[in-house]
Design a protein. Structure first.
Length: 143
């Protein structure tokens, strides 16, 4: 992809995302621990990608991890997330993104509860919550 294409894409994302959403979703940033209201969300519903609205997690799989970020023991559908190794810290971690738009969501660790033993630690700003009984928004189209 050329520099011009990347810049065009960045401008388009900046038009639809808040600055903090852009920093996390498009620049692989991390929000401060305990900063997201979704960390305390207890209602039944679906957590969707804030970038393209793809359903990523169900409230049925959410748990209190004590980390200060919304955490889930599995995604709704394995094909809705892509993973890659992240070497930005001293030890490698597994980073995950929305499989549809590529938006950075967080990291997955092997210290979660049963039945998977995984903790999908998500940036709250990278998600939107749709309460049970409300319609999911249409998937956002790429420009």
């Amino acid at each position: 992809m050329s520099f011009e294409t990347l810049e065009l894409e960045a401008r388009q994302w900046r038009e639809i995302l808040t600055p903090e959403q852009f920093r996390v979703l498009r620049r692989e940033g991390t929000e401060p621990s305990r900063s997201s209201p979704l960390n305390d969300e207890k209602r039944a519903g679906i957590y969707i990608c804030a970038g393209c609205f793809l359903p990523l997690f169900s409230s049925e799989h959410k748990f209190e991890s004590g980390t200060g970020w919304p955490s889930f023991y599995q995604p709704m559908h394995a094909e809705h997330v892509d993973t890659k190794k992240d070497f930005r810290l001293i030890w490698p971690r597994t980073e995950y993104h929305c499989a549809r738009c590529g938006g950075h969501q967080g990291h997955v660790f092997d210290d979660g509860p049963e039945p998977t033993g995984q903790r999908w630690c998500n940036n709250g700003v990278a998600l939107e919550f749709v309460p049970e009984g409300e319609s999911l928004p249409e998937l956002r189209r790429g420009e």
